[in-house]
Design a protein around this ligand. Sequence first.
Ligand code: CP
Length: 317
Amino acid sequence: MRAFTNVKDLGDLNAALKEAAEVKKNRFGYQQLGINKTLLMVFFNASLRTRLSTQKAAMNLGMNTMVLDVNQGAWRLETERGVIMDGDKSEHILEAIPVMGSYCDIIGVRSFAKFESKADDYSENILQQFIQYSGRPVFSMEGATTHPLQAFADLITIEEYKTKTRPKVVMTWAPHPKSLPQAVPNSFADFMNEANVDFVITHPEGYELDPQFVRGATIEYNQEKAFQHADFIYAKNWSAFADGHYGEILSKDRSWTVDTAKMALTDNARFMHCLPVRRNMIVTDDVIESPQSIVIPEAANREISCEVVLKRMLESL
Ligand code: CP
């Protein structure tokens, strides 16, 4: 595997899930792959889970790890070609990327949407430059438009907790005080559309996601109707994708918050969220603390999804 940015990079999804189960049973069993190999993690944005789970996955595989926080202690990077660099940016990413590549074997990159332009964000300019110019396998630790390590961990978690062959999985928009990217819901849809699940997306009108990720998913604007017979509720906020409203908050309607009354409409569904979560905006205390909440094992599976990706990249070196 030379790049990991979306579900297709995993190939056969059932084989990837089987491999994840094997890795989880024997997470230190592949250490010979990573001996004398170095992972560089490049963060343009903050992280808790991704930073720790990726480092842990690399250590499980016997790798050395280095972390660069681009906005803390590194030169400020220019990311566009053709810019006259007479401002506060001291280094161009086109030199910085191959230099970084010369010190490591695999690179993970986190670079969120900037919301300055939909075209720029959806071009994944920074991640794609790492893929093109580093000379190393590159994986997304959340780009501007996708978060595949999260969605793979989400699918692993659904596999572990499902009680029927084809569960109903509902991704629901929920309110948030800040404008959030579409990366997590895009990737969740990308993975669910390839998995053996009945996938429904519910959100207020105006929050339609990019059709390339939604594909054949059912859209239901009535949240309570969507929750009926659900086996998994996946809550997430995202900002608007539509032209003219890209990145905008169109609603903070707290009637969309996931609460006990709504969970009672489901078939005793499990509650999921990628974290970090704003309590009593996205989900009430009662729901996230309930026995049906699986947000902690979901986060723990980030180590496993990443270990599968790193293992495959190490095998391809
Ligand atoms: N879910 C997730 O990616 O968490 P962090 O932003 O803390 O890494």
